[in-house]
Design a protein around this ligand. Structure first.
Ligand SMILES: O=C(O)C(=O)C[C@H](O)C(=O)CO
Ligand SMILES: [Zn+2]
Length: 276
């Protein structure tokens, strides 16, 4: 388990490229036959990737959690980025096509992650937050997710935000999760930038070609920094940080949030003349 501690914004001002990457970038989430997890102390979110091949992979509690099983005090959202997946939740099978999502709630004893066909492995991204209430496992296909069309080609940010786990969708205790897909020719996400000091956020950028990159913007509005992100890499966004990106091409990303409230629209928009 890769552990990331919380950083104070005054310290982050002095981070060089290496330190920014060490604390906020997650480079290797997907490896055939393995589950990789990063534990951030921001709202104790666990960010993971699993690539099951011939054998299913059991999602077990790492030592860090000091619990008997992963979901003892947690909930999670899964999104499949690969070939057809089957997630078995306490004996109940859920089939996930590419970009389908599944919520798994507190109290679940056994979660098995499998590929329908090892030659076309599933690629499961997941985010897990602390939970204090039991809610049923529930799947949502991307065509059932609430689509929000935002931006325009003129401002290079035409995109659709699909909300899966949120107030009006799959129910959770505190986790919110969705996918944003940029239209060809659009490269900016979340600009104008916003803040929500009440909630941290994690991004996973995907659908980038091997030599494409996203310049992920972070930091306080008056003191921005960037991290260069490649395909299927994640970024931890502290609650005090803007989170925005510009790509060398269009791309998609999964966003997930945990924290104080449960309101997707809680965004303090940063005025352009504040950004530095
Ligand atoms: O494209 C966007 O804009 C987003 O996807 C924004 C995120 O959903 C977000 O930051 C929610 O707080
Ligand atoms: Zn946000």
């Amino acid at each position: 388990m890769d552990i990331r501690h919380a950083s104070h914004p005054d310290d982050v001002k002095r981070y060089d490229t290496e330190a920014l990457r060490k604390h906020f970038l997650i480079e290797n989430l997907f490896e055939a036959g393995h589950i990789h997890m990063t534990y951030t102390h921001y709202d104790r979110l666990v960010i993971g990737g699993a690539v099951p091949t011939e054998q299913p992979l059991a999602l077990e509690a790492p030592q860090t959690l000091k619990t008997e099983y992963f979901f003892e005090r947690r909930e999670a959202g899964f999104v499949n980025l690969g070939g057809p997946a089957v997630i078995t939740v306490d004996g109940e099978k859920h089939s996930l096509a590419r970009l389908d999502a599944l919520y798994v709630g507190k109290g679940t004893k056994e979660v098995l992650l499998a590929s329908e066909n090892a030659a076309e492995p599933a690629k499961l991204y997941f985010c897990s937050a602390n939970a204090h209430h039991q809610l049923p496992a529930s799947k949502m296909a991307i065509d059932k997710a609430n689509p929000n069309h935002l931006g325009s080609l003129e401002t290079s940010n035409e995109r659709t935000i699909y909300q899966f786990i949120h107030e009006g969708g799959l129910q959770s205790c505190q986790l919110m999760l969705g996918i944003t897909i940029l239209k060809p020719g659009s490269i900016w996400n979340t600009m104008p930038a916003h803040l929500h000091d009440r909630r941290m956020e994690a991004y996973l950028y995907f659908d980038l070609n091997a030599d494409a990159r996203v310049f992920h913007m972070m930091g306080q509005a008056e003191e921005t920094r960037h991290i260069v992100v490649a395909n299927e890499q994640g970024v931890i966004s502290p609650p005090w940080s803007i989170h925005s990106g510009a790509g060398t091409s269009n791309y998609s990303f999964i966003w997930a949030m945990a924290g104080e409230n449960y309101t997707f629209k809680d965004m303090d928009i940063v005025q352009m003349n504040t950004l530095k």
